[in-house]
Design a protein around this ligand. Structure first.
Ligand SMILES: Nc1nc2c(ncn2[C@@H]2O[C@H](COP(=O)(O)OP(=O)(O)OP(=O)(O)O)[C@@H](O)[C@H]2O)c(=O)[nH]1
Ligand SMILES: [Mg+2]
Length: 366
């Protein structure tokens, strides 16, 4: 599954050079002193392990670096425009759209801190001081700044699921995924509607995560019954599980235990995977009326239990917040284990690209 966005990037225009002559009391023919324009800032993509999805680009698509300032008299050169650094998740493939509209691969962002120049700022124009020669001591020409590079990029990210929805066939897994993401898995009231995992990006405000709808699991799944083992492999890679239960089935708690047993038989370590249980279909009157009984039964599980309706959305946001919380807790646990002194992980200070001496300390995404 691939998530794809298109963004527009533009390097800043270079500032204009200026025509100017020195004017001083008692110096009759002051020489030319028009400064150069500053170069426009460039746009870079920067790999950042703290960014999980391309979600941010659904809201902001235009990225324009700062323009260079114009030159001034007294040989004053214009300031460089600010570079722009755009954080992208590791695994992002960058393609540039050419004149025919085809997308050509320009880079694979795979490492934290990796920078890819995607739109170079325009060069500043020379001021007239630059054009002095032995035969022309007082040039009256200055150059305009050059425009920055611009164009459309296509960013592709291969999705890897952070959170997996597991459960019996018909529990409402696909309905839940379609409620919280743009994914449109097939939904129907017969078992095994979903035959391969479907991924979607969940957006709950400040941080997104990738949610996988995993095909229904029945007794014997670990031996290949039902849809076989292929999709169980996808569960292995997820960091958090949402165990979805059909509140309208004959014995929801038994179904839950069966699925849990299958997961454990398939891979014993899955038992320790952080998880949350969600009892679905509480919009149905027959489920609502048995809620007190269900709550009583599920209390003993020792994991958080949510009562939701994937169809109407009731309780769904709270469930997603919980999944994100578990996910974030797991992510924090990793670097802490190394016991290393704290260092800035998410806001590296990128070095300016050209001419080493100039420090491009800007670090901005907005
Ligand atoms: N009333 C009600 N019906 C629901 C709810 N969620 C799902 N359903 C219905 O339950 C049936 C199964 O839903 P799916 O989302 O396809 O279930 P699934 O878990 O993906 O099923 P498989 O892919 O076959 O494993 C469909 O008819 C849905 O419309 C809910 O919250 N309330
Ligand atoms: Mg399904």
């Amino acid at each position: 599954m691939i998530d794809r966005v298109e963004i527009y990037v533009k390097g800043g225009d270079g500032g204009n050079g200026v025509v100017s002559f020195r004017r001083e009391k008692f110096v009759p023919y002051g020489g030319p002193d028009g400064g150069n324009g500053g170069a426009g800032g460039s746009v870079y993509l920067v790999g950042d392990e703290g960014v999980a999805t391309l979600l941010a680009f659904r809201y902001k698509k235009h990225f324009i670096a700062g323009r260079g300032a114009h030159g001034k008299g007294k040989n004053m050169h214009g300031r460089r425009g600010k570079d722009l650094f755009i954080k992208v998740p590791l695994g992002t493939q960058v393609r540039r759209k050419n004149a025919e509209g085809t997308a050509v691969l320009v880079a694979d962002v795979t490492e934290h801190g990796q920078q890819v120049l995607v739109a170079k700022g325009g060069r500043g124009g020379y001021g007239n001081a630059h054009f002095v020669t032995s035969t022309n001591q007082a040039p009256r020409t200055a150059e305009k700044g050059k425009p920055g590079e611009e164009g459309w990029l296509q960013l592709d990210l291969k999705l890897i699921a952070d959170v997996g929805i597991v459960g019996y066939p018909n529990a409402g897994k696909s309905t839940l995924l379609s409620k919280v993401s743009r994914a449109r898995p097939k939904i129907a009231d017969y078992p095994f509607t979903t035959t391969e995992p479907v991924l979607g990006v969940v957006d709950i405000g400040y941080r997104g995560f990738v949610l996988a709808d995993i095909p229904g699991i029945i007794e014997g799944a670990h031996q290949g019954k039902g849809l076989g083992l292929d999709f169980l492999r996808h569960i292995e890679r997820t960091k958090v599980l949402i165990h979805l239960v059909n509140g309208n089935s004959e014995n929801p708690l038994l179904e839950l235990k069966n699925v849990e047993a299958e997961l454990e038989l398939y891979e014993p370590t899955l038992k320790d995977r952080p998880r949350v249980v969600a009892v679905n279909k509480i919009d149905l009157p027959e489920v609502r009326s048995r809620l007190p009984q269900l709550e009583q039964e599920f209390k003993s599980l020792g994991v958080p239990v949510y009562y939701i309706s994937a169809a109407t959305g009731e309780g769904v946001r709270e469930l997603m917040m919980k999944a994100l919380e578990l996910l974030s807790a797991g992510a924090e646990a990793l670097p802490q284990k190394t016991g290393e002194a704290e260092f800035k992980l998410f806001r590296p200070r990128p070095l300016s690209p050209s001419k080493g001496k100039k420090r491009g300390g800007q670090d901005e995404q907005e």
